[in-house]
Design a protein around this ligand. Sequence first.
Ligand SMILES: [Fe+2]
Length: 425
Amino acid sequence: MAELKYISGFGNECASEDPRCPGSLPKGQNNPQICPYNLYAEQLSGSAFTCPRNTNKRSWLYRILPSVSHKPFASIDQGHINHNWDEVGPDPNQGLHTLCGAGDIRSNNGLAVHIFLCNSSMENRCFYNSDGDFLIVPQKGKLLIYTEFGKMFLQPNEICVIQRGMRFSVDVFEETRGYILEVYGVHFELPDLGPIGANGLANPRDFLIPVAWYEDRQVPGGFTVINKYQGKLFASKQDVSPFNVVAWHGNYTPYKYNLENFMVINAVAFDHADPSIFTVLTAKSLRPGVAIADFVIFPPRWGVADKTFRPPYYHRNCMSEFMGLIKGHYEAKQGGFLPGGGSLHSAMTPHGPDADCFEKASKAKLEPERIADGTMAFMFESSLSLAVTKWGLKTCGCLDEDYYKCWEPLQAHFTPTSRSPTEPK
Ligand SMILES: [Fe+2]
């Protein structure tokens, strides 16, 4: 495949023209009486018109036909896409679930975690989501994603974000699967860095935006546009490919990011920094510092902390933590957590290293060592209390009923008469 081109940066005002039509972006205005090359002008709004400037998102698309050129939408089978968080009763136990969420689509507040599996490309079909933004984490197989803004090529260890309303279609090359974090009503941002300063974690320049690409293609059998609207699927037919945007400009675009570019920051003397240092992107709630969802990764790095229990500590958290594994072995659950799997630690449910990990790490000689080489685990962390769907809990048949047993062998090592610590036996 020819190398695709991208624009580098996060949240910038960008402009792009398909090189086959130089000058296709109107000069000095968005809505000329007649656009260059006789294109149609169409605005895609990603925020309320009146949002403050730093959160105002929109792009102008110059296309062969406007998106409105389609037949009416009709309801279709929605498979296992769901937003009914009352399907099964709440369950605070630790477990391996594969689909969960919280909040309300209609009031634009909440999130959903989806698993995707596919073995064939979307031919003359595209999808757009009226409900929220998709953060897509491929775990197996490569994706060639066609969007109205251009093409993106994605492989495991890269992620992409396709924001609300953007039409896209996916080509796959083998059996392919991954995770999707959907957030309603907000967009992902880079986290604030505080005393870290101007650089570090996910750097803006490493986010890549596709460049304009169009096809002027009639589709005799009809091109199907699938829409997720209030959690239900609808389909509509049109005569032409929707990937007919010759030029665009704006700050509301899809983008991709290679997780290898994450600049890891960590404790270099003793103890742990909080895992928020691993945040790639955050979808903020209205409460300062509280996220609807954070996307957090645990990349390969050095562990150097002296006099410290180095794996993640035991904790209980007011947040819900959905973890996934793209590749390798997650350090706190050797063997118990496979690539493509997921775990959910619900709000205030205790969790931490399994017994084996505790025993080993308590005795380990503390030399600088590589952690997580060949591994990429991630977390979707939310301030909302997540509900698991019936599919995640029952239908998929993948729940690990014995998950809690990894903590059963934990022994008390309490020595009431001696303060000096001894290694666990
Ligand atoms: Fe946790």
